[in-house]
Design a protein around this ligand. Structure first.
Ligand code: SF4
Ligand code: FE
Length: 504
């Protein structure tokens, strides 16, 4: 079991010597920790621990189970402040890494499961909530990384899980005995799965009675028997294999996604938190996405880095004062803060569930994530505008270091007198990394599809938009309906009940 993890280095050490089945480029990876493509993603997770050391008020909480300090990523929110502090931590970590630090899925899944297990027990008299608290106690004792595995590979999108010609296209129970259940199936693009110690496996969508065997939630150690990981390659990932440190753009940090394949993986009874209660699958998915869609304020932290890079390159080019450049930086900041504002608004509008765990506002969380599917693309476009075409026609680091042509590059790619050509290239490579390279995976495409693609947010916004109430507002003011048909504040439900609630 080892010692409690406190620092980033403790965390890195905890990953050594594990026997995981990880494949990349057609080969099994033996040394994950020192693999040049994987290490930046490990460094990003390590940063979540180091922030806990340097800013404990931001990145740690006191565990109600152990009484000791643990990562905020393992905390259960018991106030709106807790929800807001998650967002502040996410923004800071986005700033520190310029990429995805991979821990929010487990954090958001834990909070969702905390309340859903409580409500399942209330309905069915089960003991999932106590089991889950027991699991959290174990996680807090060692301060582990818990990942979440939700997105099934899904097969034919028009069919329910039980209708698929190959049932393994959704993770499901294939066998059971006195001790527990066995699951098979695959989860796609799982963020940080290999960098976690444990994984929470959950259903991906609303389920019906016929899908009962797909209604399974459980915790599995990442190195459980029967799990295979196939590492997702990322744009420009091979640059990390070239041995330099400039062409990668961000040599220290990167994200990680992999496909996780379960082949009869055993989950013992004490680690099962849903088993057949298909009627709670939608609640679990919706609460998870409510948390997770405002967790995407992480992108505002990443956006801060990109805005800084755009401002820096303008300065290096000698044009920081040009009015159109200042205006573009203002526009980037406006878009970036729009993401942050909606994320923390969702947290500030949080409310307690029956379990005592606070849930954030679903409507604004979806608005936040919907912004995230669009605004980073515009911020990235403006950063490329400020960078200039040289960002994609730059010579390589090896050319820069070449005894003959290196001097030519230094001479002809010089901009301002007091800025070295090498520094200018580094800044351009960072912008390339974030808008076209490895970290564009996190900043752009992951912004589009992570935590649900844009249409998923539009569906939720459509469900929660309370048009009947809005129509009555218009009918009363236009004189179609009498004034006494106004809806009183205490009759309001859903989103508007939260909008008008007065914090106590
Ligand atoms: Fe966290 Fe953002 Fe990465 Fe999702 S994309 S795990 S919210 S850092
Ligand atoms: Fe994500």
């Amino acid at each position: 079991m080892g010692e409690k993890i406190v620092t980033g280095q403790d965390y890195i050490d905890s990953l050594k010597g594990r026997d995981l089945q990880v494949y990349l480029f057609g080969e099994r990876v033996e040394d994950i920790v020192n693999h040049p493509i994987m290490r930046p993603s490990i460094n990003a997770v390590a940063e979540t621990y180091d922030l806990g050391v340097t800013a404990p008020e931001l990145a740690t909480v006191i565990s109600p189970f152990t009484g000791e300090s643990v990562s905020r990523f393992l905390g259960i929110c018991t106030s709106t402040d807790d929800l807001v502090l998650q967002n502040k931590m996410q923004r800071k970590l986005g700033q520190n890494t310029g990429t995805c630090f991979q821990r929010c899925v487990g954090m958001d899944a834990s909070n969702a499961l905390y309340s859903v297990t409580f409500e399942m027990d209330e309905k069915y008299g089960s003991d999932y909530h106590d089991r889950f608290k027991q699991f959290l106690t174990e996680m807090h004792t060692y301060n582990y990384v818990v990942g979440g595995a939700m997105t099934d590979v899904k097969g034919d999108r028009s069919k329910a899980p039980h209708e698929q010609s190959d049932q393994d296209l959704f993770v499901h129970i294939v066998d059971k005995d006195e001790q527990g259940v066995y699951i098979s199936g695959a989860k796609a693009h799982q963020t940080g799965c290999i960098n976690s110690h444990w994984m929470l496996v959950m259903p991906t969508m609303r389920l019906s009675e016929a899908d009962k065997s797909f209604a399974i939630v459980g915790a599995v150690p990442v190195d459980a028997e029967g799990i295979t990981y196939i590492y997702g390659r990322q744009s420009c990932d091979l640059r990390a294999m070239e041995g330099g440190h400039i062409d990668t753009g961000n040599n220290l940090y990167g994200g990680q996604e992999a496909m996780v394949i379960f082949d009869r993986v055993f989950i013992p009874n004490e680690l099962i938190f849903m088993n057949g209660e298909y009627d709670f699958a939608a609640m679990l998915v919706e609460r998870f996405t409510a948390y997770h869609r405002r967790s995407y304020v992480c992108k505002s932290g990443v956006g801060d880095v990109l805005i800084g890079a755009a401002a820096s390159i303008a300065e290096m080019n000698g044009v920081p004062k040009a009015s159109h450049i200042k205006d573009k930086l203002v526009e980037m900041t406006h878009l970036n803060e729009t993401i942050y504002a909606t994320g923390i608004a969702s947290s500030y509008q949080g409310y307690p569930t029956d379990s005592g765990c606070f849930l954030c506002d679903d409507m604004i969380s979806n608005v936040c994530k919907h912004h995230v599917t669009k605004l980073p693309y515009e911020i990235a476009r403006l950063s490329q505008d400020l960078a200039g075409g040289i960002m994609v026609t730059l010579p390589s680091e090896k050319d820069l270091n070449h005894p003959k042509i290196g001097a030519l590059i230094k001479k002809y790619l010089k901009a301002k007198d007091d800025v070295s050509t090498e520094d200018r290239i580094k800044m351009l490579r960072l912008i390339e990394n974030m808008t076209l390279g490895r970290n564009a995976v996190g900043y752009l495409t992951e912004s589009m599809h992570g935590a649900g693609s844009p249409q998923a947010q539009r569906i939720q916004i459509g469900r929660a938009m309370q048009l009947e109430y809005k129509k009555r507002l218009s009918k009363v003011l236009s004189g179609i309906e009498p004034e006494d048909s106004r809806v009183a504040l205490d009759e309001l439900t859903g989103y508007f009940a939260r909008v008008f609630s007065i914090p106590k």
